[in-house]
Ligand binder design. Structure first.
Ligand code: KDG
Ligand code: MG
Length: 412
């Protein structure tokens, strides 16, 4: 099974996606997601200019060897662009191998360890009434676990709150997806950590009072706190029994999590911006987190993330794979197969893709009663409709960024 053709396909149905499509000499096709939100074209170049020429003629069955070759032969290791490109090759090869075997990918990863994957969705609102409406709507859609984000009094914008406004103006349509605004330049938002820390515990108190003690609730701090602020927030949220507090600090300083951990029993989740096991070394061996947030797409694929999660399992740390809409349906499918197979699955983030995206990517996963299942089609269960993809050319898009009241740039 030799690789005959490797194509990098960029499409922007509801947002930009980068997909690698491999075709073998026996006519099988495999897909891999290489989407890096706001920096999509750098992965396109990495793949098209540097990786595609290395793939032609290779044995598609040799997944581990191809991974090690791409990682080590580049000399320049790690980083989101490199690891997203390697991930795309890796997932496309797993898709091919599973299709060749006539099995869904999870069977090749050891078989199903569970019947489905508990998923969480994103409820948000600029104030409590709007947040409650969003929680109700998620419950109606079947979600059994819900992330809670709200506006903070005095701030115009806050991470994670759905909006009706894009750079093109107020569309009237509510945008619940993670932003990467289609615009020539990034949008500036405002931020005040003190106002946020004062406001948030009351929000969780209100949500618990309204929706009761049993529903798993999550929150994303989006790297905005110092370690001592994160420790304070974790402690303040303990009465509301969070499933996790995510990205409480910019965790590239892994040792900082020691301080947070010493002060709170609120479970911690980290890693959506990480790309190798080395980013987790201290966090895992010292048991400073409870959930690994990496996506298959940004961590070198199924091969590499499976190893990270098996390492984490030795320390009773579970998976919480990143699943916003900037992970394409291909990346989501790979995550579902991996999540179904590993022992230490925790929860899967799941934001629904838009209708145009679902027309471009034909998918076989199911969503029943708050649980995901990747389906039983051979491979990962996603096919790319090339004609449909061609209708949506790339659009310049940037993530927003933050400034404090005095103009200082802050983490977004
Ligand atoms: O590209 C950035 C988004 O993926 C990020 O803002 C989403 O934090 C996120 C999450 O937890 O889904
Ligand atoms: Mg996050």
């Amino acid at each position: 099974m030799k690789i005959d053709k490797a194509e990098v396909i960029v499409t922007s149905p509801d947002r930009n996606f980068v997909t690698l499509k491999l075709t073998t000499d026996d006519g099988l096709t495999g897909l891999g997601d290489a989407t890096l939100n706001g920096r999509e074209l750098s992965v396109v170049s990495y793949l098209a200019d540097h990786v595609v020429p290395l793939l032609i003629g290779r044995d598609a069955h040799n997944i581990e060897d191809t991974w090690q070759f791409l990682y080590r032969s580049a000399y320049w290791r790690r980083g989101p662009v490199t690891m997203a490109a390697i991930a795309a090759v890796d997932v496309a090869l797993w898709d091919l191998k599973a299709k060749a075997a006539g099995m869904p990918l999870y069977q090749l990863l050891g078989g199903a360890s569970r019947t489905g994957l508990l998923a969480y969705g994103h409820a948000s609102g600029k104030d409590i009434p709007e947040l409650f409406d969003s929680v109700r709507s998620h419950l109606d859609q079947g979600y059994r676990a819900i992330r809670i984000q709200t506006g903070v009094p005095g701030l115009r914008a806050i991470y994670g709150v759905a909006s009706n406004v894009t750079s093109a103006g107020n569309t009237g349509k509510r945008y619940d997806h993670e932003p990467a605004q289609r615009a020539p330049l990034p949008v500036e938002e405002d931020w005040d950590t003190r106002a946020y820390l004062t406001h948030l515990p009351g929000v969780f108190e209100a949500v618990r009072n309204e929706f009761g003690p049993s529903i798993p609730l999550l929150h994303d701090g989006h790297h905005r706190m110092t370690p001592i602020q994160a420790a304070k927030l974790g402690k303040a949220l303990e009465p509301y029994d969070l499933f996790w507090l995510e990205d409480c600090t910019p965790a590239e300083n892994q040792a900082a999590l020691r301080l947070v951990r010493q002060h709170t029993t609120t479970p911690l989740a980290i890693g959506e911006v990480f790309n190798t096991v080395w980013d987790y070394q201290t966090l895992i061996t010292e048991q400073l987190i409870d959930y690994v947030r990496s996506a298959v797409t940004h961590t070198g694929g199924v091969t590499a993330l499976k190893k990270i999660l098996e390492f984490a399992a030795q320390y009773q740390i579970k998976s919480g794979m990143h699943g916003p809409t900037d992970i394409s349906p291909v990346g989501m499918a790979a995550a579902m197969h991996l999540g179904l197979a590993i022992h230490n699955f925790g929860i899967q983030e799941y934001m629904k893709h838009g209708e145009a995206t679902n027309r471009v990517f034909e998918q076989s996963f199911s969503w029943n009663d708050g649980m995901l299942h990747p389906g039983d089609q051979p491979g990962i269960g996603v096919e790319l409709k090339v004609d449909e993809a061609g209708k949506y050319p790339y659009q310049t898009a940037y993530l927003p960024y933050n400034r404090l009241a005095d103009g200082t740039v802050h983490d977004w």
